[in-house]
Design a protein. Structure first.
Length: 142
């Protein structure tokens, strides 16, 4: 269950043969993202478990399981900003109930990220996914 925005990234990755080109594409996705306002770079939005500084600020519109999920994110590392952009494409616009049904590991494997990220980056990516899933589950239960 992936959004069209994520499918577009997957199609681009299929087109790019070389991992270096894919890596550059992820960085470009990060550069295209608007920066997170400094006022939101606070401990409550910081994602623990990442080697880089990472902040995710959820934006949930509506209530209960039908509420729509979105988030703003930022990092001090360009590749991580790109990974945030990939996660944004994967989750943004889904209902908070749908977010919990996304098999992020499977979807990200389609991009080959599991094979080409360092263990620290992979751990950080998992921490970001867990934060997104936790925030969505809390919103769905509210």
């Amino acid at each position: 269950m992936a959004t069209q925005a994520f499918e577009d990234i997957a199609e681009t990755f299929d087109f790019l043969d070389d991992w270096e080109d894919r890596y550059r594409h992820v960085i470009e996705l990060g550069k295209a993202m608007p920066p997170l306002d400094e006022a939101f770079k606070v401990p409550s939005t910081k994602v623990e478990g990442c080697a880089s500084q990472v902040w995710i600020r959820p934006v949930i519109k509506g209530e209960g399981g039908a509420a729509r999920f979105d988030f703003h994110g930022d990092s001090d590392a360009m590749i991580v900003r790109g990974l945030i952009a990939v996660l944004h494409a994967l989750y943004s616009g889904l209902t908070v109930a749908e977010v919990g049904k996304v098999d992020a590991a499977h979807e990200l494997t389609r991009l080959g990220l599991d094979q080409h990220l360092s263990s620290q980056r992979s751990n950080g990516l998992r921490a970001m996914v867990e934060r997104i899933r936790r925030v969505s589950a809390e919103a769905a239960a509210a």
